[in-house]
Design a protein around this ligand. Structure first.
Ligand code: ZN
Ligand code: FE
Length: 255
């Protein structure tokens, strides 16, 4: 049985620690020190580093961690990941025997061109692709590319726990309510997640089925979202990715 622990870093990053017995793997260690501190306090040994994409807040701690632990570094084949030992492509399996865990790799380009996600133990580590009630900005991809990546994630089992890399949820919910002001699941989620934040609790992970009911970026085929996007754009759409592109641009215009 694996335990998944959030380590807070910077303003709003979560570095996810996967723990089994005395071993731990870390996903997206943007900073080394909080990871080293946690490992020391809990008498854990690092056995692997996994990165989803090349941004500094996801890989910035790799080199320092490698000075303390000589461990494999997994990362997307098509991005520059410091210390990478295993270049991953879609469909690869990352075997972590110390954790008795295998993770499947998915290509999820859009936020960056080579972004990957890791799936296993009913959990998805998706970096800056899907956020709780939001999605990553399109720095290196087109809306079509990101729409396809999000569709791939949406096809996973409903009970999948979504471990994203930032605590952006309340801000994302604020925007989701602009798109769907009367979505009852969204209003319920707002109450729940506001309470979590008031108690200094993470809102991450969230279940995929909740995302499908509340996240406007997974709802490009839902009539209320299509209608809102068409009203914002001022013309009708024929393809779901056009709805997605419009909602993404709409949020960008408000950020
Ligand atoms: Zn990023
Ligand atoms: Fe990030």
């Amino acid at each position: 049985m694996i335990q998944i622990i959030p380590i807070s870093a910077f303003e709003d990053n979560y570095l996810w620690l996967l723990v089994h017995g005395t071993y731990a793997a870390v996903v997206d260690p943007g900073d080394a020190q909080p990871v080293l501190d946690y490992l020391k306090q809990h008498h854990l040994t690092l056995c692997a580093i996994l990165c989803t994409h090349h941004h500094g807040d996801h890989v910035g701690g790799n080199r320092e961690l490698l000075r303390h632990y000589q461990v494999p570094v997994y990362g997307p084949a098509h991005e520059n990941i410091p210390g990478r030992t295993h270049a991953l492509v879609d469909g690869d399996i990352v075997r972590l025997p110390e954790l008795a865990l295998d993770l499947t790799v998915f290509d999820v380009p859009g936020h960056t061109a080579g972004h990957v996600a890791y799936y296993g133990a009913e959990s998805l580590f998706c970096g800056d692709t899907l956020f709780a009630c939001g999605c990553g900005r399109l720095f290196e991809g087109t809306p079509q590319t990101m729409y396809q990546s999000l569709s791939k994630i949406a096809s996973l089992p409903d009970a999948t726990q979504i471990y994203c890399a930032h605590e952006y949820t309340l801000d994302n919910i604020r925007f989701a309510k602009v798109v769907e002001p009367t979505n009852p699941d969204l209003l319920e989620r707002e109450r729940h997640d506001q309470e979590s934040r008031a108690n200094n609790q993470p809102t991450v992970p969230s279940r995929l089925d909740l995302e499908k009911r509340t996240n406007p970026f997974l709802r490009s085929q839902v009539p209320s979202v299509i209608q809102a996007a068409q009203e914002y754009a001022g013309h009708p759409f024929t393809e779901p990715w056009q709805v997605f592109a419009t909602v993404r641009a709409w949020k960008d215009s408000l950020d």
